[in-house]
Design a protein around this ligand. Structure first.
Ligand SMILES: [Mn+2]
Length: 365
């Protein structure tokens, strides 16, 4: 299914109202408007400086001359303007900001909306606008299709990680990470959606761990948290496995609590619910079991073109849950000095029956 950029542009044009143009400068937003298929970090997505949507008419994208030809080839935006500081190279200006100002003057834009602060000077009246957050949070069918492909690859990665960790006594966290990443790269992913986390034993007590040379020991809980980009969209999944395959009774009990908290928050992810209620559903259960102080982060976050995007699903979140608002549900319990358990799924709200996209096994033996 092709990405319908025209719909994205016209949705922004509806928001422009009495203003003359909308400027997007944040990398996730420029990818949304001009090139969704390439992941961040690889051109042109990462190198598109601005996308200007005029009140009426076609969008204009601004990039460095270094990326000009690739942008012309890959971007959905027809009109590309370039900047360079090298006098011998033909361009529309010496800097991205110069080209932006000239472009706004060309389309006679004075009153503009922007997704972030841009120093345009006194000739322009600029207001911040976060409409793109809302638009991006609701995934269209062509986006869900790409997310499902990304999720499928990380599910395969988890199946691989599962057997590797269970039989991985003596391997270091870094070695396990390298094997998982190599496996997923061979599957043909674009790139990882963030650096793969392998947190073993006491290191699993840190919710965001950097991999070390610590060697896996029998009985360790090992948190494996990773995701991939596929056709520009990402996945994010966490499973916790046990080296040797046999958790202690204590870890087994904590594992089941996190599993049930994951289920409770997932069930609460229904239309008309709020981010707060989704967080509270799992959090209250974990608190009731006596581990309230050990659930040290929010329940989840939006994901799509970026690994973390609007909305966040936390205790303070006021966001209203809407259909097709793709979010993660990832409760965890962390015991300092001992270890931790986190179970994360990618979920798509649909009426009163949320769809859990991640299929990697999470039941304990
Ligand atoms: Mn996550």
């Amino acid at each position: 299914m092709k990405i319908n950029y025209e719909r994205r542009w016209s949705q922004i044009q509806e928001k422009i109202g009495k203003n003359d143009a909308f400027i997007s400068a944040l990398p996730g937003n420029t990818r949304y408007l001009a090139n969704s298929e390439s992941p961040p970090g690889s051109p042109p997505g990462s190198t598109m400086n601005y996308v200007v949507i005029p009140q009426s008419g076609e969008p204009i994208a601004i990039t460095s001359s270094l990326e000009e030809h690739r942008c012309r080839h890959e971007s959905s935006v027809e009109e590309i303007r370039c900047w360079t500081s090298y006098p011998e190279i033909k361009s529309d200006g010496k800097s991205a900001l110069d080209v932006l100002k000239a472009t706004l003057s060309d389309i006679r834009a004075k009153k503009v909306l922007a997704d972030s602060k841009i120093s345009l000077g006194r000739s322009f009246n600029i207001s911040l606008d976060s409409s793109l957050n809302d638009l991006r949070s609701i995934k269209m069918p062509e986006e869900v299709e790409r997310i499902k492909k990304a999720v499928k690859q990380s599910d395969l990665g988890q199946a691989f990680a599962h057997s590797l960790v269970e039989s991985g006594e003596g391997l270091s966290e870094k070695e396990v990470r390298a094997e998982i990443d190599y496996y997923m790269a061979r599957q043909g992913i674009q790139e990882n959606s963030f650096s793969t986390i392998v947190a073993s034993g006491p290191n699993a007590a840190h919710s965001h761990h950097s991999n070390t040379d610590r060697k896996l020991k029998v009985g360790d809980p090992v948190i494996c948290d990773f995701g991939v980009f596929w056709d520009g969209y990402c996945s994010d999944i966490t499973r916790t496995y046990f080296v040797g395959g046999k958790p202690s009774d204590e870890w087994r009990e904590i594992y089941q609590i996190v599993m049930q908290a994951n289920e409770k928050s997932t069930e609460a992810l229904v239309e008309s619910s709020t981010g707060h209620l989704v967080d509270k559903a799992g959090r209250d259960f974990i608190s009731k079991k006596g581990f309230g102080a050990n659930f040290v982060h929010g329940t989840g976050h939006g994901f799509g073109l970026e690994i973390h995007e609007y909305p966040s699903i936390t205790y303070k979140s006021k966001v209203k849950i809407k259909n097709s608002m793709a979010v993660t549900i990832e409760p965890g319990i962390y015991i300092p000095g001992k270890g931790g358990i986190r179970i994360e799924d990618d979920v798509l709200p649909k009426g009163d029956k949320p769809i859990v996209l991640t299929k990697a096994k999470k039941e304990l033996y």
